[in-house]
Design a protein. Structure first.
Ligand code: GMT
Length: 377
């Protein structure tokens, strides 16, 4: 099949999922065209079936805000026509689903049919999409997509609560290439470079936005390191970073907490990890937690959004109420203070990722595309 993938090219989960999906589809022989404003950060041109089309915007003094949706839908029309694309799979509703609807209408006027699959990722619904400034257009775009998917049952329920949705939303969980993480563990993991044998390694990965509650990460670690020798690796960049670095300094933790910035080699960093902290205010799924679990890491998270579908309480890690840093620290210690318990959680975490494996999820997306394709003929 010939598929256009529209996504944010950044380190955010939706961009990562879209990029990994596109690369896996190309590997299976599909022709995949990424359409976005920059080359996606995780895009690795390993296949001749992969193409990238950059959306460019002209600066014009009249515009306070550049009309990205216009440039994006024009580019979609151009690419669909030039390469005979059958499907446009847009990740993150804003503004991608809206731009895809416009592209579809413009193509119809030329007698060309393309089907639009929209995948909802979370903040496009929970934080931004339902805001009165966007709600009407987001609801319209979802209802006018040919197929809509959500990355968890919780996100499906939330979408149906916040919007009037006239079609069934299919739940397709995020996925992971589990083998990549095994390889990183077996071949390149030099734990000793980071910590002494008796020290435990705790990690956090996010875009350091307020929704991630990064200060809670530091406050949990503060309690944990008092009881057990440990280090904390903070991976990612974002608006809260300066604030949490200041907190780290205030709590006198600078020798134990390392800010590593953004990384395209998450698998190699996670191979060191014993426990992963994700105290988010909300998470439609929590791809970072799944990545950690694939690297055999127990997860301490909040019980919000779709996290209970990924992190199983008492099995792969523990879930706590939002903001309860004492409980999250207590649970971290429960796992870290006994190696046999730690190993059991690590094994459980890894085993649970099987249901989210690329091999299980990729055919579901292919089936979705095929069902669209059939309805064109
Ligand atoms: O979490 C973010 O701020 C980034 C955001 C994104 O769209 O890039 O992540 C959302 O999509 C991910 C992939 O489906 C999910 O794993 C994250 O849970 C979700 N984030 C939130 O719901 C806050």
């Amino acid at each position: 099949m010939k598929i256009g993938i529209v996504c944010y090219p950044t380190f955010g989960g939706s961009g990562v999922v879209a990029t990994e999906l596109g690369m896996a589809l190309a590997d299976k022989g599909h022709e995949v065209h990424f359409i976005t404003y920059n080359q996606p950060v995780r895009l690795d041109f390993i296949s001749h079936n992969l193409h990238f089309h950059q959306v460019l915007i002209e600066e014009y003094p009249l515009f306070q805000y550049q009309p990205y949706e216009l440039a994006l839908s024009s580019k979609m029309v151009e690419v669909v026509q030039k390469y005979d694309l059958e499907i446009l799979h847009v990740h993150y509703a804003i503004p991608h689903a809206y731009a895809a609807f416009m592209a579809k209408q413009m193509l119809l006027e030329k007698g060309i049919q393309v089907k639009v699959v929209t995948t909802l990722h979370g903040t496009d619904i929970t934080l931004v999409g339902s805001h009165p400034n966007y709600k009407t257009a987001v609801e319209f775009s979802i209802n006018n997509s040919d197929i809509v998917t959500a990355v968890s049952n919780n996100l499906k329920e939330t979408t149906n609560k916040l919007f009037t949705i006239k079609k069934n939303i299919e739940v397709v969980y995020n996925f992971i290439d589990t083998e990549k993480y095994d390889k990183a563990r077996e071949e390149e993991c030099r734990r000793i470079a980071l910590a002494k044998p008796e020290e435990k390694i705790i990690t956090h990965i996010s875009n350091f936005r307020p929704v991630k509650r990064v200060e809670d990460v530091i406050n949990i670690f503060y309690r944990v390191q008092k009881e057990i020798p440990s280090k904390l690796l903070m991976i990612g960049e974002g608006p809260e970073r300066a604030k949490v670095e200041a907190l780290t300094k205030k709590l006198n933790l600078r020798k134990k907490v390392f800010f590593l910035g953004n990384s395209t080699e998450i698998d190699k960093i996670l191979c060191y990890s014993d426990v992963f902290l994700l105290p988010s205010k909300t998470e439609s799924f929590g791809l970072a937690a799944l990545e950690a679990m694939a690297a055999k890491t127990a997860v301490i998270s909040t019980n919000t959004g779709g996290l209970p579908e990924v992190n199983i309480h008492g099995e792969t890690g523990y879930l706590s109420n939002l903001g309860d840093v004492d409980d999250m620290a207590k649970n971290t210690l429960k796992i870290l203070q006994d190696d046999s318990i730690l190993n059991k959680f690590k094994e459980n975490a890894k085993a649970h990722t099987k249901m989210f494996s690329l091999d299980n999820i990729l055919p579901i997306y292919e089936e979705i595309y095929t069902s669209c394709f059939k309805s064109i003929l």
